[in-house]
Ligand binder design. Sequence first.
Ligand code: GLC
Length: 733
Amino acid sequence: MTKAMEILNGLTLEEKASLTSGKDCWRTVDIEGKLASIMMSDGPHGLRKEENGSTVPATCFPSSATIANSWDEDLIYRIGEALGEECLANDVQVILGPGVNIKRSPLCGRNFEYFSEDPLLATRMASSHIRGVQSKGVGACIKHFAANNQETDRFSVNAVIDERTLREIYLSSFEEAVKVAKPWMIMSAYNKLNGDYCSENKYLLTDILRDEWGYEGVVVSDWGAANEPVDGVKAGLDIRMPGPVPSANNAIVEAVKSGELSMEELDKNVLRIIEIVEKGIASKIADYKADMSAHNELAMKAAEESAVLLKNNKSVLPLAKTDKIALIGAFAEEIRYQGGGSSCVNATEISDLLKAFDDKNIDYTYAKGFRTEDDSINDDLTAEALAVADKADKIVMCIGLPFRMESEGFDRWTMSLPSNQIELFNKLSALKKPIVIVLFQGSPVEMEWSKNADSILAMYTGGQAVAKACVNLLFGDANPSGKLSETWALKLENNPTALSFPEKGTATYSEGVYVGYRYYDKKKLNVMYPFGYGLSYTTFEYSDLKLSAIDISESDTLEVSFEVKNTGSVAGKEVCELYVEPTYPSVSRPVKELKGFKKIYLEPGEEKTVTITLNKRSFAYYDVESHDWQVDTTVYNILVGSSSRNLPLTASVKVNSSRTSKTFFTTDSRVYELNANPIAKEALSKLLTEDLKLDITALSIDLPLSKLVGFSGGILSVDMLDRFVASLNEKIK
Ligand code: GLC
């Protein structure tokens, strides 16, 4: 018997019930002499531990949207380690993150806190984060499970999602991270999913999470997300937060006494809580000190690795340290380094760009240029900015999304930047001087107005050390290597959700699997900057794509290797991306999907071989008939390159499904289904041409066999057709 079992057996019914809600806003219930309490606190990109009316100083790392642009699993692991260390130093046993909700719309106010529009990238980033945190004996809590893709009406909106879309997109961003990284906790989302609140959704919390994925950790509700207590216990919710909620505890006690809830059902949940508490207590390290200066340095490195160079005409970047710079824009001073809401960190250090420029002894003059409090144009600020720019060699304009435009708790109402920033840019670019835009934002913005910009560097919400990282990148002390983890559409209206997002009451995910690049590719839409795109100060060349086989069964793995060479003059890192394109899918599928990636470092002239391994899931789609992942027997193109729209290497592999062709036909089978089976095709052809003298034209390939009776002019009866189908199934057995 485990220690946790012993503790469980020593608890009264009331004590057990008390564990199913928090002790307070952040702690689990402790039971005198039997069980201690552990503390949870927010994340995801820094520790937000509430204390004495404030929150403890902690390292504010780049937000998830930003760090996902690094595509660097090792870097994210190291950030996870640092988060774990700061939790140990502050006696916190679980940090509430990462958030992995898919970016269905660029307007979701919380997208700065999520990784990607692509589930593979999101789940790989999340897995690294979780493993890093938990390597320190601190728990991570992946969230918000599931389909929390808007802030509007978030506490009750019903996300209506078809099974295939749910599996391929919205659960996939959790699945691998849950199975591989095994987070101590998973947080049930506020919203409903297909009619049931996530916190009481048995299909989600038990059928999928526990029975199918084998999850053994604790399900904790989002704060205030739990509803009917007994339904919650039965569905698989372990702890409702915050607490205490005596009424819920009493309802559980009464339900056990009345037999509505069995003690075994309650014990399952309570045992999981005890196990996590014991794990957290066992990992405590008294007087642990985290190296905050090292963490600040890591935050700076992470911001460097995550920044995305979107444009660099005439190689205006990197700037020379001798350039006379006009540093324009309020964001240089009021630097936007994180998002708003529960993830807000009390950062240990914040530097602005002015100080970072000073530290590099750059000859610059700053002008605020515009207000961030609203979109109004201030003539004095404009005049000052133009005057400063007029005297400079080059212009660096710092713009972005102010806190008021994106945060937890509300969705963005536009994909545009504030008009006063664009207006000022137009005036500055009219000076015909080299002009660099630096963006500080947590999600994509419309950029068609930026044609006259020579260079554009997106820093996103880059964390407390973003200023130093930005200046290192601007002046070439670091080489940009970020790639977009989300598409930047030309305009909001090109996004399929723009027709209705955000919906109140019921949000119908009618775009299905066509989220992000999956949609823009399928519609062959131009985009401003594609998924996976980012420039460098050097160049890379891809060559020599090889596959370990060209004809495999679905259970085989496939080794894909290729060469990448740094053909430029400076060292750099390249994110190599691999997409799979099914040639003749049996269902509507995205043109291609990301199925692997690697980030590599190359010195000038250096060449490396990159290998990525594919498996069944790399080729599969979710089949709603069999409720399982299936592979079509067809040819798949393997596409490799530097972005979703720059894939110079292609090779093909035939994958043979282990799914035997339909082992039986019925009178509802379609003509095309029989034609796909040589034996059935021959039998049908004989029936049609010899017996019925019927010419099935191409218009009829979708015809159910049962319709042949009506077309046979009385020759074919229902019984005869039944006998035909029975004999056919005998033949193909
Ligand atoms: C918030 C957020 C969740 C956070 C929790 C505790 O409402 O949705 O991400 O961890 O409450 O602050």
